[in-house]
Design a protein around this ligand. Structure first.
Ligand SMILES: C[C@](O)(CO)[C@H](O)COP(=O)(O)OP(=O)(O)OC[C@H]1O[C@@H](n2ccc(N)nc2=O)[C@H](O)[C@@H]1O
Ligand SMILES: Nc1ncnc2c1ncn2[C@@H]1O[C@H](COP(=O)(O)OP(=O)(O)OP(=O)(O)O)[C@@H](O)[C@H]1O
Length: 281
């Protein structure tokens, strides 16, 4: 059997996130700065010739056909010869529903991997268009550059972000993206700003509602604020704090582990080119 193609599915952070409006279909218009982390899941792809799509292992609580990896593979299989199949092994490291975009990143890695392995040559624009139907964060992972995102996050332009180290905390609870976006107290009318202004620093409009829905999110943000400009990513529940270098991040991580052993904590560096795209080069 041939060796599998192994590719990363990195996490993303929303370095700021403003909600500027709500579309007729209920989705919210955002302005956000996306950045990748050099930390995430890994997927291993081995082609089959019998048209089967297999995922090993399935994610507990996520039905096979609901898994974004399987859905991404099915979308591309519809554009390929019917004999094209794939075995996909998933090493999951990212907490689910944590605002790190793990599911979207898994889907994007699958789209780029199968485009290559099945020689479809669809290109990133087409893959991003397929991806946005799977999840609002898929396009940024397909494009692979740190970005200023508008619309629902699908209108992207490169953003020259700084690349600090981060300590990321999952405070042991999850925030439902749907419940947060439907909450009556959500700020939905932040005036639009320029990317240049956003790069000077911003907030996450989802934070106050996330604190209400899951008070542990607020505890984690307030803890990390002792060390730097901590905030929440996406709709939570993960929170992050930028630190100047690896040793500062190590210290904060160790102190967090001592004081809050119940939280899941990791550290990683921000990257403006996705580790997926580096691996595919
Ligand atoms: C908030 C972000 O994390 C920013 O990066 C993403 O936009 C969320 O993306 P996601 O988790 O892929 O979300 P989706 O699976 O597309 O949407 C989940 C649900 O959240 C709501 N939703 C999502 C994104 C958005 N811009 N407006 C919304 O109102 C919708 O009710 C939707 O049914
Ligand atoms: N391959 C997958 N990995 C993770 N979650 C998946 C996957 N496929 C489907 N899902 C579903 O998607 C939900 C959201 O997962 P994900 O990890 O992307 O959330 P998130 O980090 O909050 O993302 P976002 O920042 O886009 O809101 C999960 O709770 C799960 O039910």
């Amino acid at each position: 059997m041939s060796r599998p193609l192994s590719l990363p599915a990195p996490a993303k952070l929303n370095r700021m996130l403003h909600i500027t409006g709500r579309r007729a279909d209920g989705y919210h218009e955002l302005q956000t700065l996306f950045q990748f982390l050099d930390h995430g899941d890994t997927l291993h792809f081995t082609p089959r010739t019998d048209g089967r799509i297999r995922l090993i292992p399935d994610i507990p609580g996520v039905a096979h056909d609901a898994n974004l990896i399987v859905r991404a593979a099915q979308r591309l299989q519809a554009l390929a010869a019917p004999s094209r199949g794939i075995d996909i092994t998933l090493d999951k490291r990212l907490p689910m529903g944590g605002g790190l975009g793990g599911g979207s990143s898994n889907a994007a890695t699958t789209l780029l991997a199968l485009d290559r392995l099945w020689q479809l040559e669809l290109g990133e624009e087409r893959l991003a268009a397929i991806g946005v139907e799977l999840g609002a964060d898929v396009p940024v992972f397909v494009r692979g550059f740190a970005a200023w995102g508008e619309g629902v996050g699908e209108r992207l332009q490169p953003a020259p972000l700084d690349t600090p180290w981060f300590v990321v905390v999952h405070p042991g609870v999850s925030v439902s993206t749907g419940a947060l976006f439907n909450h009556p107290e959500l700020t939905r009318q932040t005036p639009s700003i320029s990317m240049a202004r956003a790069l000077q620093g911003g907030r996450n409009d989802c934070e106050p509602v996330a604190r209400r829905l899951q008070p542990s999110v607020g505890v984690a943000i307030d803890w990390l604020k002792h060390f730097g400009a901590a905030m929440m990513t996406g709709t939570g529940s993960c929170v992050f704090c930028p630190l100047p270098d690896c040793s500062a991040a190590t210290e904060v991580m160790q102190e967090t582990g001592r004081q809050h052993p119940q939280w899941q904590t990791f550290m990683a560096q921000g990257c403006n080119i996705s580790p997926l795209h580096v691996a595919l080069k």
